[in-house]
Write a protein that binds this ligand. Structure first.
Ligand code: FMN
Length: 257
């Protein structure tokens, strides 16, 4: 079973590719969370592999992933292998360790953590922008081989290092990530401009149900997890984050239609 969360389609693409390679079905974490159940029960087969595929947000797992794990009950879990596959623009810090801690609270043991470098989608702070078109093209070209290597490691239970920790992982994952997860989540400065054509795509693609339309224009509630789907998917660039994103690029995975 492959549980995935995705804002701009990178992790969904990786989840689908791993689903084909490993023959495991995909389950959307966003859809499961929308049911608002206290406990999310998923039955496991004896020979089943469990994967979590999601974006790294501020050197830790995207917040909906740990929320989902805190509600997850895997019935029939008896030490089946469990993997974390994080997608990132450059580096993951100790994201996999944070996953291990979240899972262990539910009595689940993480077997291994992998990462796939994908085009960057973070544009909400000064100094951060999407990749150049050349870097984006190269990352997308390299991704299938990275996913194939992860699938092979899982299939053959090989002990290989396919994880990009990067520099100062302790500082980033244990000091900066908690600030992000506790203070940045819930608040946002998204706004809509006069360019909006009221197509409603932002409401449709928001994985947390944060956006509703009022007179055809998006309004954001306080449940935003900063996945950035709305700002990157808007077909007419009518969404900005304060003034920070005015001159920034936009990105979504090419398979996302
Ligand atoms: C809020 C936020 C924080 C991010 N933090 C990191 C990070 O710490 N390290 C990194 O390499 N990429 C970071 N990124 C980039 C994403 O992890 C990367 O683009 C990912 O593949 C996006 O996946 P998605 O398309 O499935 O949403 C961040 C993106 C967002 C939106």
């Amino acid at each position: 079973m492959i549980f995935y969360f995705s804002g701009t389609g990178n992790s969904r693409w990786v989840a689908n590719a791993l689903s084909i390679a490993l023959g495991e079905p995909v389950v959307s974490i966003a859809e499961e969370l929308k049911t608002n159940k206290k406990e999310i029960v998923c039955p496991l087969r004896e020979d089943e592999k469990v994967l979590f595929v999601y974006p790294v947000h501020s050197w830790g797992p995207a917040v909906p992933v740990t929320r989902f794990i805190s509600k997850l009950k895997l019935t029939g879990y008896d030490k089946q292998p469990v993997y974390s596959v994080s997608t990132c623009g450059d580096e993951c810090g100790y994201t996999a360790d944070r996953m291990q801690k979240a899972l262990s609270k539910r009595g689940i043991t993480l077997t291994a953590g992998y990462s796939v470098i994908m085009p960057n989608n973070y544009i909400l702070l000064p100094g951060f922008d999407v990749d150049s078109k050349e870097v984006e093209r190269q990352k997308l070209e390299d991704a299938p081989a990275a996913v194939a290597a992860i699938a092979a490691a899982i299939r053959e239970s090989k002990n290989v290092n396919l994880y990009n920790k990067g520099s100062l992982p302790g500082l980033k994952s244990y000091w900066i990530y908690p600030l992000f997860a506790n203070f940045a989540i819930g608040k946002n400065s998204f706004r809509v401009t006069d360019a909006c054509i009221s197509c409603g795509l932002c409401e449709k693609v928001c994985p947390t149900g944060t956006i509703t339309l009022s007179e055809g224009k998006p309004v954001w509630s306080d449940t935003c997890v900063q996945c950035v789907a709305c700002i990157h998917r808007c077909p007419v660039r009518a969404i900005e984050y304060g003034k920070i994103t005015l001159k920034k690029g936009r990105y979504h995975h090419p398979d996302v239609k």
